[in-house]
Design a protein around this ligand. Sequence first.
Ligand SMILES: Cc1cc2nc3c(=O)[nH]c(=O)nc-3n(C[C@H](O)[C@H](O)[C@H](O)COP(=O)(O)O)c2cc1C
Length: 183
Amino acid sequence: MPGPNPKALAMSQILPASSFAAPPCPTPADMRATLANFATGVAVISTVDAQGRPFGMTVNSFNAVSLDPPLVLWSLGLGAQSLPIWRAAGGFAVNILSAGQEPLSRQFSSRLEDRFAGVNWRAGRDGLPLLDGAVAQFECRFWARYPGGDHEIMVGEVLACHRAEAIPLVYAQGRMGTLQPAG
Ligand SMILES: Cc1cc2nc3c(=O)[nH]c(=O)nc-3n(C[C@H](O)[C@H](O)[C@H](O)COP(=O)(O)O)c2cc1C
């Protein structure tokens, strides 16, 4: 009878038995708390609904995808009441909030009937709402939508982008702030 495989012996000496157990499965609360350590900007994604009214929501899932073609993404929770608005929309604008626009981030994540009440904005191409005072803006048409677990991943092709001389709002560990030089 052959003796024990020397390689298998070596593995069992290096790795403790617990290493072979099923990996821990993070709960949604674990995921939320851990992801909170990734600092992001804050954006209001805006569009117009079927009646031509401006609509927007605060997100921090915005991210870059591609430079050529120019693509960006954000993800929408499937529990959002506005899901039908986004599914019917042909495009969206990304308004990157500047330092000092924290009140807008609250307004656009609220249950207000009209989140644009009292907000200064102008219509960009295709009527997409562009918020005054944003540090940057992207005007997009939908390029793709992908399933993403309990979110839907919205990918937009950027048709126009704008930048302003301002400092971006930063979001991390559940708090809003501004940039501080490192070191
Ligand atoms: C800082 C911040 C970031 C957020 N990021 C997202 C996001 O990436 N995706 C999302 O679906 N909701 C996000 N939300 C929550 C939505 O803004 C909020 O639930 C939404 O506006 C409610 O929309 P509803 O009326 O369509 O349900 C975020 C909220 C805050 C305050």
